[in-house]
Design a binder for this molecule. Structure first.
Ligand code: SAT
Ligand code: MN
Length: 618
């Protein structure tokens, strides 16, 4: 019996999984699957077709194993709760590696191990690692099926949770496989939870391993992930492929793979603008992607919440697609008052991970409602009451839901040509120094703003919360190559855009998080951020003047629409106050940060710092 004739695992409702590759599957895929199976020795192989029936059968399987809890169908139809192992709750950057041939090609933002050494390690770890389990084959498309901007991959995994999540997050199964021919490039992504089962050994609800490796081979475009089933560690289409490997593809092929949201804004006259925005984790990116404007007549719609692939179209415009098909959003802090669109999106057909369970079979997390329920089962399965003194949901608990479920999804979100970008914004979380909004002087200055994004640390960053962290282009954890080469690539894209003759997007820096001397936020944020978008688009339309400052262009007095806004004139002044000493020390810090990249830093960015210092000093 060859592995491809392996027995099918039978789901509780009698559903029969597909155990044979569909006719026409490229030999390159079949060979790779057989090769990995020979190493990992699963009991069975399933070729995921991506159907609803298959998803339902996997859910059924996981419910029977105690991995998933079906939520009350009256409260939360077709939705499930999953509790992970408490030691497997977030991406682990310390266990993430870029294994390029040369250390310098990974650059200082990455952990690096020589590919041969890493392959040796992985050989040991993957040997027999899927014993007692089923290996699922997941062909997937990143980007709308058939878009020239789309790219393909095949993930192998022994986690049914990963298969179900990938069905929400990507376009996978049959329709993706049909697009991969013998000549289509595709990315290999092998994943295991690292928990083989001896004959007769009982499985556990969330198998994983204390040891974790999330490894990337940029030259051969491969991903190998061991030991975790959580988020970006395991859903390899997301950060591993769509950012780390894709950033390398994009660099080589002349496009951009960015950690950016995409939105469409429509003004009261019906004119549409598209914006791409990079924000480090925990800066309200999902809220901006689903923004509900407070200013009359404006509409914002969602194209993507996390990742954008951008390229220069035939028309010379910078065009962008959202390569993903779903949202993997942080639950805590998402509530009816903060993000009603997200709350509506997750009313049904959602997988929740590490949130709390209510007594009536629904879910809850900090911020979902103002008043917590009197009793819950917390994310670890224990009784919880409001005076338990600990969060009911894990701070990095998540919802996984299809983008098509989102009431604010834009009608062009699956346009195969991508949407034409009018503005690019770089955000960060800064309590001081950085104004509410600044327009870059030109493209090179915009690239400087992108390269110097800084923010406070998040759970995944494994740093002390509150420390300042440089996060260039919000890509620090997601670069597949040397970050300084990425900045050079952005400068090059600017030159190509100018040469292509289309309109070059304007670049802006925003900071929703500046605080006053008492530590109180100066800006209300959320829907009021539409005022900042309105200013950007009136700049693009040439409808409003701006004030030149040493750090870029800011609104003239009265330039920002504050009608009906409850912000004092003192607070507004403070939001834009130029703290010359703070800005100079920021520039010093940026220069020191650049020094860590040595010779690879493009000369234009050194020039930007020198010019900035000069403007600030005079
Ligand atoms: O777990 S993910 O990498 O998908 C999300 C995140 O941590 O940014
Ligand atoms: Mn992200």
């Amino acid at each position: 019996m060859t592995l491809l004739d392996s027995p099918a695992p039978t789901a509780p409702d009698g559903y029969r999984f597909r155990t044979q590759p569909p006719v026409g599957t490229p030999a390159s895929i079949v060979d790779w699957v057989e090769g990995v199976a020979a190493r990992t020795r699963p009991d069975a192989i399933v070729w995921a077709d991506g159907s609803q029936e298959e998803f339902d059968a996997l859910a059924e399987l996981m419910v029977s194993r105690g991995t998933m809890i079906r939520l009350n169908p009256e409260k939360r139809p077709n939705s499930y709760l999953v509790r992970s192992n408490p030691a497997d709750v977030a991406r682990v950057e310390s266990r993430t590696f870029i294994c390029s041939l040369q250390r310098e090609d990974a650059g200082p933002t990455n952990n690096w191990v020589h590919p041969e050494q890493m392959r040796d390690t992985l050989d040991g770890l993957f040997d027999g690692v899927m014993q007692g389990r089923t290996m699922y084959v997941i062909p997937f498309s990143m980007g709308p099926i058939g878009s020239p901007l789309s790219r393909y991959g095949v993930q192998l995994t022994d986690s049914p949770y990963v298969v179900a999540s990938m069905r929400i997050m990507t376009r996978m199964g049959e329709r993706a496989l049909e697009r991969i021919t013998e000549t289509t490039p595709w990315v290999k992504a092998a994943h295991t939870v690292g928990y083989p089962l001896a004959p007769g050994q009982q499985d556990i609800p969330w198998p994983s391993n204390e040891l974790k490796y999330i490894t990337h081979f940029p030259e051969s475009r491969e991903i190998w992930s061991y030991g975790s089933a959580y988020g970006g560690n395991a859903l390899l289409a997301k950060k591993s492929f769509a950012l780390r490997i894709a950033s390398v593809l994009a660099h080589d092929e002349g496009w951009l793979a960015e950690h950016m949201l995409l939105i469409k804004a429509t003004n009261p006259e019906g004119k549409e603008f598209h914006l791409a925005g990079a924000f480090p984790s925990a800066c309200g990116k999902t809220n901006l992607a689903m923004l509900q404007p407070t200013i009359p007549g404006w509409k914002v719609e969602t194209v993507g919440d996390d990742i954008a692939w951008l390229g220069i179209g035939d028309d010379g415009q910078l065009r962008a697609i959202n390569p993903e098909a779903g949202f993997f959003g942080v639950a805590p802090g998402t509530g009816w008052s903060t993000n009603a669109v997200a709350m509506e999106t997750i009313q049904s057909d959602t997988i929740f991970t590490n949130v709390a369970l209510t007594d009536d079979g629904d879910v809850w997390w900090e911020g979902a409602t103002k008043e917590p329920p009197a009793h819950l089962i917390d994310w670890q399965g224990n009784d919880w009451t409001p005076d338990s003194g600990r969060p009911a949901a894990h701070p990095n608990s998540r919802f996984t839901v299809s983008a098509a479920n989102c009431p604010s999804i834009s009608d062009d979100w699956e346009d195969p040509r991508g949407v034409a970008i009018d503005a690019i914004i770089f955000g960060g979380r800064r309590a001081t120094t950085v104004p509410l909004v600044v327009e870059a002087r030109d493209w090179a200055h915009g690239v400087y703003l992108g390269a110097t994004v800084s923010s406070e640390a998040t759970a995944a960053a494994e740093a002390t919360v509150g420390t300042l962290r440089r996060d260039p282009f919000a890509m620090a954890p997601f670069y597949g190559y040397n970050a300084a080469d990425h900045w050079k690539h952005w400068l090059e894209i600017g030159r190509r855009l100018r040469a292509a003759g289309g309109k070059v997007p304007r670049i802006f820096q925003v900071n929703w998080f500046r605080k006053d001397a008492n530590g109180k936020f100066l800006w209300p944020g959320f829907g009021e951020n539409s005022r900042v978008l309105e200013w950007m688009f009136s700049r693009i339309e040439g409808q409003t003047a701006a004030k030149e400052t040493p750090i870029g262009l800011v609104p003239v007095d009265g330039g920002l629409n504050t009608t009906g806004l409850d912000v004092s004139s003192e607070a507004l002044a403070e939001l834009f106050r130029l703290d010359t000493a703070g800005l100079l020390s920021d520039a010093e810090d940026a220069a020191a940060y650049f020094d860590g990249f040595g010779e690879r830093v493009p000369a234009e960015l050194r020039t930007e710092i020198a010019a900035l210092r000069e403007r600030l000093a005079s």
